[in-house]
Ligand binder design. Sequence first.
Ligand code: ATP
Length: 363
Amino acid sequence: MTNKYNVAVFHGDGIGPEIMGPTVNILAKMSDASSDYDLTFIDAPAGAAHYAETGESLPESSMETARAADAILLSAMGLPDVRYDDGTEISPQIDLRKALTLFAGVRPVTVRKGQRTPLNMPQDKEIDFVLIRESTEGLFYTQGRGEVTKDEARETLLITRDISEKLFRFAFDLAHTRKKSGRGKGKVTCIDKANVFRAFAFFREMFDAEAAKHADLISDHAYVDATALWMVQKPWDFDVMVTENMFGDILSDLGAGLMGGLGLAPSADIGLEHAVFQPCHGSAPDIAGKGLANPFAMILSAAMMLDWLGIKHDNAAMRQDGTRLREAVEDVVASGDVLTRDLGGSASTKVAASAVLEAVIAK
Ligand code: ATP
């Protein structure tokens, strides 16, 4: 039986469409070659350029396409010169996160042997951890609604039992899945500041309650400041890390730095029903239209989508293709022959994406 899945595609702004085009092409070729799944791509207009043209940043029809889809693939969005009247940036990705309750921001960080990294890595080490950033509350709860007077500014940090319990369940499930596939140590670390804030003691308490249900996994805690130090000193010790929204926002850029830059950093925003897969980087207007954009973060995000759909629908072929696509990117990066300018090479977006497609076919 063929399993059919609809993918909503947000092409984005700036370099967005340049990296989305080749990514959809690779996915379409993989889907065509498989008799176990069939992907259909449905374009969903949105973003800053769309707002400039039509006055709408996320039309209801695109929201409906996203809601009805089995998965959502989203490229970089936003342009510095296009803003709402109140001066804030156009970011439909944040609207989607809230509207679809995508509480788990998943940011994998991998550095394989041979891959460039600013760290001086011991030869026998590789980095392979996943940072999970809560994405609907925390210190982003009052985003755009903070109170500012002449003498004071206030924002509210919100931690709820409902979202935290879902978040920690997700983190432990992920650690199980990784351990089963031979990738992780089966460890979950709660990153907080429980020594200073009661809200984080509450956060930690709920983490410990979930940890108690998983005797086969290791659980531990770390303060966010120490975590920043250890992510530089011994990042290979981490497996699954789970944290509040703002802490996760900051640590995920540190993770991208370990990988040699944003061009290799994929992400997913996952809820109970829906999930959005997008690169961590922005729309890079400084290089848009020049063929210089690195497509790897977008392609790695697409690999995460195959993996997630495969797990959700118990489709082994999709999971295998997710792994195949991720490993194809890792092979191209490790060989160092076809890299875009941000990674020290001179390949164009198209050439880099073609190298991944060839590597996928060869696997
Ligand atoms: P945002 O706030 O939307 O995340 P930003 O201003 O922080 O955006 P980006 O748009 O991510 O930043 O760009 C930061 C720098 O990284 C720019 O110099 C950009 O050219 C570069 N960059 C980002 N993504 C890529 C990519 N895929 N390939 C090559 N360079 C990139």
